[in-house]
Design a protein around this ligand. Sequence first.
Ligand code: G3P
Ligand code: CA
Length: 295
Amino acid sequence: MSMRQIMVFRFYLCALFWLSLPIVLAATAAWQPPSQPKTAVIAHRGASGHAPEHTLSSYRLAALMNADYIEVDVRATKDGKLVALHDATLARTTNVETVYPHRSPWRVSDFSLRELKKLDAGSWFDPRFAGERVPTLDEVVRMLKAERVNVPLYVETKQPGIERAVARLLQKHGVLQRGSVMFQSFHPESLQALRPLIPRGVPLIQLVGEKEARSGRDELLQQIAVYADGIGLPLSAVTEEWVRAAHGRGLMVHVYTVNEPHDLARLCAMGVDGLFTDYPDRPGRIAACRRPAID
Ligand code: G3P
Ligand code: CA
């Protein structure tokens, strides 16, 4: 090759280098290390820090805040209707004491759905939500479908004995499948009753309280691993050892209820698989909850 040809060749090489540099820089900036799954954000009773828990407004807001799951606590009324309610009684989250003053202790199971529908389930939280009603599970699924909200439900059976009715209702709406629903309960018998009623791949999460969490981690995990796919731990009990031990048995770790930014950051960095929060808009503002967890 003549000197001239070598010079021309070098010139084009340089030009190519400088022209491709911005592209290379952009690509490297966008590169992300191979990631561990992001910690799932579970809207605890919906976006219950911003709207009255277990109302259609609370679930709608949770979806708008990009929650990965919407948690629904389910109970049955006197006439066997499935409703979204946390407490066994109605006094805290409705105006039942005003509407039915002589029906103390106002247990959900003592009221028919028709009677429940007369209650205001919003004003206790904020007058802006006056007139919100206690929704049925059927209404929750219908609303999410009608508003094209594609956020999976995280259903908690609050009392044993409702599993068949819950499974049948979700089946009817075509959401009893992997990726559309996950189940949890404090009652092992409720999860064991659900197992044969649900398709493979729909996870079951065993919730434990503080006392249980403090009594023998490995025995507890061994028991739970027989019938469930994960454990739901209270914030006060979760440690790196718990997460390692549970993952070691192939169990997911979900933590309830995590609202403070420092706790959110700590748990995301710890690599928990999911966290229940009343503020599903907060984790997205925390770097550790956005980027992959580092073990
Ligand atoms: O499922 C997590 C959490 O919801 C359990 O506690 O009392 O809020 O239903 P609770
Ligand atoms: Ca719950």
